[in-house]
Design a protein around this ligand. Structure first.
Ligand code: ZN
Length: 136
């Protein structure tokens, strides 16, 4: 990855961590999950509202922790809204491969582009748990 791209990606991550998308409590949530990453102290709670068809009708998260954990949660909420359960699972699998530096060919080109900002994490194994917390 060249330096200008790396800087751009850092800017995107900082922007998401400072101005997280879909941040807050989802009152009409049908599912809720809490995660904690003891290595870094990151905390994330994800709220999901699935419709009758099993699609993600709405999604929000709350949390605090390092920029990577919060940016990744924010990015995830942006991407998951409107997806079916299968699509969401496939997206998560692809993301986990991506941040571990493994083959993420299963991701669509569009998802790959959206998630590429996190691909640099694979160079920092200690931070992979920060990036994947919300997704788990
Ligand atoms: Zn962290």
């Amino acid at each position: 990855m060249d330096d200008s791209l790396r800087e751009l990606y850092q800017d995107v991550i900082l922007d998401h961590s400072r101005h997280p998308r879909h941040f807050g409590v989802l009152e009409k949530a049908t599912h809720k999950a809490e995660g904690y990453n003891p290595l870094c102290g990151d905390r994330v709670t994800v709220y999901l509202a699935l419709d009758e068809a099993g699609k993600v009708a709405d999604i929000k998260f709350q949390g605090k922790g390092c920029a990577i954990s919060q940016a990744s949660a924010s990015l995830m909420t942006q991407l998951l809204k409107g997806r079916s359960r299968e699509d969401a699972q496939a997206l998560m699998d692809g993301f986990l491969h991506l941040v571990k530096g493994e083959d993420a060919a299963a991701l669509s080109a569009e998802d790959r582009e959206s998630l590429d900002v996190m691909s640099g994490i694979s160079e920092f194994p200690m931070r992979v748990k920060c990036a994947t917390l919300a997704w788990h």
